[in-house]
Design a binder for this molecule. Sequence first.
Ligand code: IVH
Length: 723
Amino acid sequence: MPTEQVNAPAAAIDRVAQLRKEITRHAYLYYVNDSPEIPDYEYDALFSELKSLEDTYPDLIVPSSPTQTVGSAILSSFEPVVHASPMMSLGNVFSEDELREWMHRISRLDDEAAASSLVVEPKIDGVAISLVYQDGVLAQAATRGDGVTGEDVTANIRTISVIPWDISDSSRKHRVPSYLDVRGEIYMPVDSFKQLNKVQIEKGLKTYANPRNFAAGSLRQKDPKITATRPLLFWAYQIGSASNEVANSQTEALQYMRDCGFPVNPEIRSVKNIQEAVDRCLELQEHRHDLPYEIDGAVIKIDSFDLQNRLGSTSHAPRWAIAYKFPPEEKITRLLAIEVSIGRTGRATPYAVLEPVTVGGSIVSMATLHNEDQVKLKDVRPSDMVIVRKAGDVIPEIVGHISESRTSDSKPWEFPDRCPSCGGPLVRLEGESDTYCITMDCPAQKIQRIAHYASRVAMDIEGLGEKRVDWLVSGGLVHDLGDLYSLDRDRLVAMSGLGDLSVDNLFHALDESRQRPLYRLLVGLGIRHLGPAGARAIAGEFGHLDAVMDAELDELSEIEGVGAVIAQSIQRFFAAEANQRVIDNLRKVGINFGETAVSSASHYHVADSLSGGSGHYVAEAGSKAGGVAEAGGGSDTGIAQTLAGKSIVVTGAIEGFTREEVEGLIRERGGKAAGSVSKKTWVVVVGRDPGVTKLRKADELGIPQVDASLFREILETGELIEP
Ligand code: IVH
């Protein structure tokens, strides 16, 4: 609170201080938390009381007073702010050698550098910000601008809930200086960004290029209410200046900011020498995509402020810090063609065929273009040079094209009107963004449908992956699901060139699948919107496929976890004649339509002779699940605690889930979503583009690894299928 000499009576000084605290708290609850504790008129009354006290005693006015700062008026422009000390940039290095050279260079300037401790911090790919606190209250927030002058974005920054408004109380350990400039980075978590783009795609709107641009755009909103809806976060990493010394080293400064209530990145490490710094940089590089935010490098800082001061700065960057930049994850390559793939529901998805290019450590030769509107919005055309982006577990995507690369005769790409697989019509219904092949017996759909039926989430037929299904369908051996069970062994051997053992294994796996419980069959049928959880609930309720087929709409939609959309989809599915034929055929070949598998054992059962009677164990995960779910059903959320006490590491992308969702799903079930593999890890779920270190560690420790298709299964059953 103000320390200046004022002419106001003590009572007024006290009341003003009290009002400011209260108003700040209520404004925070209102603007940031969106959960006011008092009605607007009470807030207004406090505000006008403060205002009139300040009018009476103008000496009491300080820049940090709510009357001077709070308010969410729509801004017409962002006022320029001259930073008290310039917001410098950093020198860059691009390799281990260059990083060591930096250390040599500064050691020549000051020989203490070579022996000094360092701090290695993730280099957050966000927007730099300076937060000025006066008497512990956030008074002004400014962007970096040109380093000397930035823009005042205080009103927008106030909407970011992790940024404290008042640090005068939060830091009991320290006295807060009357002036404190905390610097750091505003960023948007990767998952929120993916979700945002998913919604954009669903709405047929253009996707955003990257989280950084989106965060920057969010800070430049004229209406803070819009910024308030954006999921922005903040990491503090530097003290720009302070009216009295708060730390003697970067380590102390970080601790100080932590104590004041600022988020400080837990990945920051103090290291003893440049070798350890190099090791940490490489570690961060390898794990960059395990972090829920984007980093584009590491920042290495000399720890001691004394030494920092002695080393000083050049005109634009400090000598005592350096940025180690990771290799870029955006590359330019040629778009060779745009093709369309047909999924099992007939959805026609355009994708880019690219001249193969290494992006972010893996070779990319294809990238989804989602749907017709996205191709139009991105305006990419065959033979364009395009920017391909791959941010870790994000599926490679096309950011846009390089306009200079385009020849004058280039024409916009047209969505084909015929299915590339069956030649039938491709139809896009009005108001929908997706296009479908509507031919029932389209081979591409057939292949996808059968492969889905055989997949691990469904009937789990080992050895029957997409390639083999493609071969069976294209060779005319299989037309629908039932045909799988009447394959002619000799013909298969003769045509496939498969060895006796492989064919035996396939037949055995097929045979086994006849006994799968109903929920797996329901999943295997590929009814739109129906996943394993809903299938399980329905199977539990009806107990037999015939009962499900006869069920009324209400009976289905009343089941918990089912609802109207799934219920309608189920009815529509069974009403289609073609589907009824598929089901009749499955009945004829003896597929179990009942809830419990014929081998109802809630234990592993030994497969018989075909695998040589050598004890090939197959877990009936499905039948076990019921028991587990019941046993663990006592949680507050009502979600079965299938993973109670289990530590699961997920590495790489799991289709259909964001990382946050994956972790949430594990936690909801009582499990721990661990970030690294240890002896305590129960299982490692390996998604797309997994972390090499995690896999290596799992190998070393003998931790079971399963592929991502088993993820849902594990969640539901809390069991591992033995390989
Ligand atoms: S320190 C004088 N630490 O990188 C040193 N910067 O290329 C000031 N950045 O403008 C910066 N993470 O926006 C520092 N842990 C970190 C950082 C970081 C990201 C950004 C910052 C700066 C840019 C310099």
